[in-house]
Design a protein around this ligand. Structure first.
Ligand SMILES: [Zn+2]
Length: 417
């Protein structure tokens, strides 16, 4: 399946392999005191694009003469991105929120890169991950995939969860480069006591453009050594740092312009009931299908899901087709993911809106007077002055009741005239 993604990689598609490396424990080589070890979370993204055929030529000696043999190779642009984040306990920050900040940055970056490098528009992003329940196989992540249109207009994401348990590969190997560098520096007295230092040391020593790596030169010269590139021979490497506060973001952005990202965990998009999408235990592919942000409240994001990832021509063109020869195992279907609450900025705009709230099966007019972020709820004032808290779902129903009541009133007025 992964092989097919390579062979069929289209010009407008970016193929991504990603995983968190095991957290780096930043223990000093010579521990002076019993200070707590810092930890750096490292999320690695390997981004593949621009499938092309390159020709190489090699002299081959036969019995009595040398002949020039030419060979066609399938090559790709391979970029590695390391995203670091501070974490005081191992594993704590390696979650769906961090993954999605990194993925959003990757998509924004490659929209520009596709234009610049290939004069082509990025349209599809295929993301391969393992099944980690706190990172990828969770409703918060599925909702992020389904709602991509909200953040990246015109982009479709296909998230593929590896069917096998041992999803190992290049995305693991690349993380080891950072760990090795930090360990080596520690041995010669260059410390990395926290994730910021890890980022700084990797940023200064590991970054590479395609001018620093050998492959572009080999391709141009038709050099046979291009064969060693394989699928994952790296062309470029970029290092990023993810922080959690705006102050830190502003402070570090001055020193590392464009390389600092903000992961705001104060609001996480979640599903209405907090329940998983039905049948997601067997699901291994989820594809965004909304091309526009839905306008009817409560907002529901549609997505196409399947138990088996497939890349046949029928599935590529329409994931819900019934022509796929694996359909029996694939079981493609459409799902709707209803959000639990609006983004705080939009939720604030609902303050002042009117609704009809049901109390003991009787409609009472009310008005939202405040949005409380911590609870994801609005404080409303009922006719008569009483206050209470309501959820997004309740607010949506209250607005519908008001609409219905107003419509009935209008009808009644029309009749009495
Ligand atoms: Zn298929």
């Amino acid at each position: 399946m992964i092989s097919l993604d390579f062979q069929q990689l289209r010009p407008e598609t970016l193929l991504v392999f990603t995983d968190f490396a095991s957290a780096m424990a930043l223990r000093a080589f010579q521990t002076k005191n019993s200070s707590v070890d810092g930890h750096a979370a490292n999320d690695n993204f390997v981004c593949i694009s621009n499938r092309r055929i390159a020709t190489v030529e090699e002299m081959k000696k036969t019995k009595d003469k040398s002949v020039l043999i030419s060979e066609d190779l399938e090559v790709f642009d391979v970029d590695v991105h390391h995203y670091f984040e501070e974490t005081y306990s191992s594993g704590k920050k390696t979650d769906h929120a961090m993954h999605n900040v990194c993925l959003d940055n990757t998509i924004s970056l490659y929209r520009k890169e596709f234009q610049k490098r290939y004069n082509c528009e990025l349209k599809n992003v295929i993301v391969w991950t393992d099944n980690a329940p706190t990172q990828y196989r969770c409703r918060q992540n599925f909702l992020k995939v389904a709602s991509v249109a909200e953040r990246h207009d015109g982009i479709q994401i296909t998230h593929r969860l590896a069917v096998v348990d041992n999803f190992k590969g290049v995305h693991d190997a690349v993380g080891k480069d950072c760990a090795q560098l930090i360990k080596g520096l520690e041995l010669i007295g260059i410390r990395s006591p926290n994730a910021e230092a890890v980022f700084k040391n990797c940023y200064e020593r590991l970054e590479k453009s395609d001018e620093h790596t050998e492959w572009k030169g080999y391709e141009k010269e038709k050099d046979g050594r291009l064969k060693n590139k394989g699928r994952f021979g790296m062309d470029r490497r970029t290092v990023w740092f993810v922080v959690e506060s705006e102050d830190e973001h502003d402070r570090l952005s001055l020193r590392y312009p464009g390389r600092i990202l903000l992961c705001d965990r104060s609001f996480v998009l979640d599903t209405h009931t907090g329940k998983a999408v039905e049948g997601t235990q067997q699901m291994h592919e989820l594809r965004s299908s909304a091309t526009e942000v839905p306008v009817v409240h409560p907002l529901k994001w549609p997505a196409s899901v399947a138990n088996l990832p497939c890349n046949c021509i029928s599935c590529y063109n329409n994931p819900l087709n019934d022509q796929c020869k694996y359909i029996e195992w694939r079981l493609p279907r459409e799902v709707q993911l209803q959000i639990k609450c609006l983004h705080p900025k939009e939720a604030e705009r609902w303050v002042g809106d009117e609704l009809v709230h049901n109390i003991d099966k009787k409609g009472v007019n009310a008005k939202a007077i405040e949005f409380l972020l911590a609870e994801n709820k609005w404080k409303i004032e009922l006719d008569g002055g009483k206050h209470m808290m309501i959820s997004y779902d309740q607010f949506c129903r209250g607005k519908k009741r008001l609409e219905k009541m107003n419509a009935q009133k209008k009808k009644k007025d029309a009749r009495t005239k």
